[in-house]
Design a protein. Sequence first.
Length: 301
Amino acid sequence: MAETQPPNPEAPKPEAPKPEAPKPDEPTTPIQELWKTVQAQSHPEIWGVTLADPSTHIPSQIVLQKYLNANDGDVVKAKDQLTKTLEWRAKLQPLELIKKSFSKTKFEGLGYVTKYVADEKAAEDDPEAREIFTWNIYGGVKSIEETFGNLEEFIAWRVALMELAVRELSLPTATKPITADWDPYKIFQVHDYKSISFLRQSPQVKAASTETIRVFAMAYPELLKEKFFVNVPAIMGFMYGLMKLFVAPKTIKKFHPMSNGANLAKEFTDSKVPGLGEKLPAEYGGKGADLKAQGKGPSVE
């Protein structure tokens, strides 16, 4: 019978099992979790960016970080909003709307995009060296029924205008990632209500306003730099009530009502684009050409 050997005190003790390292395809950060959400969807594009691994693709990092920022870092909420955006873009195909021609009778002169740069070379290297504006000239509406009567058509036109503005941000070729605190890839919006003739009681206007606010809050997070409501009549106060239903409080703080549109140019003294205010059209306090001359919008015919 073999003798039992006493335990060797110097023998190596078995090590506790180590946790397995995450596999390369497993999410390890909030951004990577959002990337997994994208991979589970059939539509791969947002704002002209074909989404890819954000650890190596800066344009995708920018897009996904905006969804995190919009939800104050809450990954669950960001994933839900991202999923809804991807489903919405798959259905509506916003990039195709840019190529579409809309009714001249309904939409001519109602929306423009303008871009201002320190110089073209600087704007290529520094996203803060350019400023993008969208202009909604609601005072130019000739017929409530014509412009707002077909809600689906109005939303399509409004989305086309926004996509034109987003395109000017050059996100697909961006080289500087964003953080929760630094994000220069944003747009100024101006809504002009001068000579407006429709009242808040119009059901078409209320329906169009409600749906536009809802869609943009969902599908275009963290793209607004500041929003100016110029030449605002007192009766338009109902718009703010609608916005508070859908828009985050931190976004509401970016909204600025102005009774006199000619004072708008004074609001841009801190821009890295020198003399930005002077570049605006004269009716907004600048020295530039009018919007029809310097701006562009969705095609109309």
